[in-house]
Design a protein around this ligand. Structure first.
Ligand code: LLP
Length: 432
């Protein structure tokens, strides 16, 4: 059990969260190593060990961190990176190059060179210009890159429009337009500087229904067939992206990996059998589902005020700077008072952040025991896209991150200092 209630306190992976708040300060991200390992093992059981010729790349943008990458490596998964910074972190973590895939809709030449020098396993290409650049860099360096093309399968996804990526008009991927695709595919197949591995899609995030992945897979498989018929070329790999939804609130009905992947594998195998194709390697790229539920955030309650007949606000010592998701996507969260964990709810409050922004509301109307300044508020499911999207608005410091594992806690990110926030700022001579 990752979450436990003991002595009126919330425990997380064996650690008393009230003690953690006292020892490490707040705001604080607390990430359970056990929970991450459990997710990786679920993927092993329900996908990697169940099917031949499949692989999983953790979409590291969800929580790209040296220690996280070490856990992922030990658990036998690969990773997906989307920038020079994420790749640099992976290189510093000595992550095996052949298990890295490089995604992104605007990779600079510098980033491509970095990836090609490190000999990453795959580059997911987003457009013909990028393909030209990869070929030129490989020629110059006398290296060979393995590439897949990201396509937009033109399916509508039931999620927030800001995290939906598979529709026709998207900045990601290539649309399914023959005039556009055929010359690029031909170039990829013919170029000696690259190995053309296959096709990639990612349709969106926080999905609970497997039908969109299935529709998109059908589109991708038709393209695989078209490539075979047109070029007599069988691709080696199909990447079905990530997007598996997690529980933020009780309304979110989390599905197993098998719920998504079993029908996807069946569809793929049936299609390949029917069309006399060798079934390509099937890859997926889950990010959120591996780390979201492993993480909680701890904040200290500060200013409390009641607006008569309207609502009671309780403000925390962080907010949209350490969790931008409510402000950006109207995302819902649940939480509790970690130091009053066994007490019954007695009032309804709105938990507000401390940033100067009206949308900085963490949770509207949550029932809690009588709330007082100094209480520790724990927000659940902040392991993905929490620390990863933290920012310095209002010059608030990026919180520390503590990794907990069966009662043991260790800092994996130190709290940012004010000096660090301004370390790259300069006063020009003219103002001195
Ligand atoms: N693969 C690609 C190419 C992606 O763009 C993404 C996410 C993933 C995999 C992983 O998706 P996941 O399994 O985590 O849903 N900041 C937003 C999420 C943006 C996701 C962007 N791409 C949020 O906090 O909801």
């Amino acid at each position: 059990m990752i979450k436990e209630i003991k002595n009126n306190h919330l425990y997380w992976d064996g650690c008393d969260t009230v003690e953690l708040a006292k020892n490490y300060g707040t705001p604080l991200y607390v990430i359970s190593q056990t929970a991450i390992e459990n997710e990786c093992r679920a993927l092993q059981k329900q996908f990697i060990k169940k099917y031949d010729n499949v692989h999983v790349a953790y979409a590291s943008k969800a929580f790209n961190h040296l220690a996280m990458l070490k856990i992922i490596e030990k658990e036998g998964l690969g990773i997906d990176v989307v920038s020079g910074g994420e790749l640099y972190t992976a290189i510093c973590a000595e992550f095996p190059a052949d298990r890295i895939e490089f995604n992104g809709n605007n990779k600079s030449d510098e980033e491509l060179e970095q990836a090609i020098d490190y000999e990453v396993g795959r580059i997911i290409v987003d457009g013909s210009q990028e393909l030209d650049h990869i070929i030129a860099i490989c020629r110059k360096k006398e290296k060979k890159a393995n590439v897949l093309f990201r396509i937009t399968p033109e399916v509508d996804v039931k999620t927030h429009q800001f995290i939906s990526t598979g529709q026709k008009d998207s900045k990601f991927g290539l649309p399914l337009d023959k005039e556009l695709l055929l010359p690029i595919l031909q170039q990829a197949i013919k170029s000696p500087e690259i190995n053309f591995y296959g096709i990639h899609f990612h349709i969106g995030s926080q999905l609970f229904d497997n039908s969109t992945h299935l529709k998109a897979a059908e589109v991708a498989l038709q393209l695989v067939l078209m490539i075979k018929e047109t070029f007599d070329y069988e691709i080696k790999e199909l990447n079905y992206g990530g997007g598996f939804g997690v529980r933020y609130t009780q309304e979110d009905k989390r599905q197993s990996y098998a719920y998504f992947l079993d029908p996807l594998m069946k569809l793929t195998e049936d299609f390949c059998y029917k069309n006399d194709l060798k079934r390509p390697t099937i890859a997926i790229e889950p990010g959120r589902s591996i780390v979201a539920e492993a993480g909680i955030s701890l904040h200290t309650i500060g200013n409390i005020k009641t607006l008569p007949h309207i609502r009671k606000y309780a403000a925390i010592d962080g907010g949209m700077t350490d969790n931008i998701r409510p402000g950006l996507y109207q995302a819902s969260y649940t939480g509790m008072l970690a130091n009053k964990a066994s007490q019954r709810p007695e009032e309804t409050v709105t938990i507000s952040g401390k940033a100067c922004e009206s949308t900085d509301i963490l949770i509207e109307d949550i029932e809690v025991p009588t709330i007082t300044s100094g209480d520790i508020f724990a927000t659940f499911t902040t392991g993905a896209y929490g620390y990863a999207m933290a920012n310095n608005y209002n010059k608030l410091a990026i919180p520390a991150v503590v990794l907990v594992n069966k009662g043991h806690a260790e800092t994996i990110v130190k709290r940012q200092t004010y000096a660090q926030i301004i370390q790259n700022e300069r006063i020009p001579d003219s103002l001195k």
